[in-house]
Design a protein around this ligand. Structure first.
Ligand code: ZN
Length: 317
């Protein structure tokens, strides 16, 4: 307790759907937001404990768990995470923030949270869209969604240094996009390549990112089509269309959100010296510049991506 943690976003799982997650091509263990003394675990799906251990996240340090909805790839491991973070209730602590289905169930779905593990928590809060709650110095606004699980929530985190929006699972609507505005970092769940029901596709992501214009857009929750089509290629297309720094999340990727914070940095990283871009990538990017595409933005984004991946690798060791 009382240890100042450096701000980080750590992706434990970035996959969606039974093909990708079932084969663990990507996991769906959720992501971690560390800011100040807070460690939030968002959407701990299957293998949350295994992936946290693999990527060097101490589950005991969780101060809150956020569960956007009761679908298995977002909620499956909440009881296991509560058990681990509280030493089986020996150290009663932590807050669970979840939608109503996770806690109360619905006509079709039983509550995912078991009463037994719920009692290990300091408190749990059931939230509806468009409500606010504060945990220490971080304020959280719940967001509306349009998803097959009707109570699904998105989350907007207002930390002292940055604003992070997580869409969760939702389909597109211009009304919803308004909620995402004024975010430094925007995490979108985009399982689909082409328009599908209840979730975002690449074209939706482009519309949203253009409108919200964050400092960094992170695409994750890749379904089978996206995985096969190569997320990196899709992300370049999104970036070309939006001119916003966009990265494809990978399991184990670590982002330093302060690089995109309120009063630091620029909207893009155009000022990065070219000589920081190394190796084959440099050649590849030069070639692309000659194609007359927006070479500048490709180059900068790839630089960021390379750094992020490298940063992620160091963290894992
Ligand atoms: Zn879902």
């Amino acid at each position: 307790m009382g240890i100042k943690i450096q701000s980080s976003i750590i992706f434990l799982g970035t996959g969606q759907g039974s093909f990708v997650v079932g084969k663990q091509i990507r996991s769906s263990a959720g992501f971690i937001l560390q800011s100040g003394e807070n460690q939030f675990h968002i959407d701990p799906g299957p293998s949350a404990l295994a992936k946290a251990a693999e990527y060097g996240v101490n589950i005991r340090a969780n101060t809150a768990i956020f569960v956007s909805h009761s679908h298995i790839n977002h909620s499956n491991d909440i009881n296991a995470v509560i058990d681990a973070m509280t030493y089986s209730g020996f150290d009663k602590k932590g807050v669970l923030i979840a939608n109503s289905t996770v806690v109360n169930g619905s006509e079709e779905l039983r509550p995912v949270l078991s009463g037994y593990y719920r009692d290990f928590l300091e408190r749990f809060i059931v939230m509806q869209p468009n409500q606010r709650v504060a945990l220490n110095e971080i304020e959280i606004l719940t967001l509306k969604t349009l998803h097959s699980e009707q109570n699904t929530l998105g989350f907007k985190f207002f930390t002292p240094e940055f604003v992070l929006t997580y869409s969760s699972d939702t389909s597109y609507s211009p009304e919803l996009v308004k909620q995402y505005k004024n975010s430094n970092i925007l995490i979108l769940n985009v399982p689909y390549l082409k328009r599908g029901k209840y979730n975002l596709c690449v074209e939706d992501a482009i519309k949203i990112i253009k409108e919200v214009n964050p400092r960094l857009a992170i695409i994750q929750h890749f379904g089978v089509e996206m995985t096969k089509a190569d997320p990196l290629y899709q992300i370049r297309e999104i970036q070309k269309a939006t001119k916003v720094q966009t990265v494809a999340a990978k399991d184990g990727m670590v982002i330093n959100p302060l690089s995109y914070s309120v009063d630091r940095g620029q909207r893009t990283l155009y000022s990065f010296p070219k000589n920081q871009v190394r190796g084959n990538k440099e050649e590849e990017m030069k070639d692309r510049k000659h194609d007359g595409g927006p070479g500048e933005s490709l180059l900068d984004s790839d630089k960021v991506l390379m750094d992020l991946i490298e940063e992620g690798k160091t963290k894992q060791n």
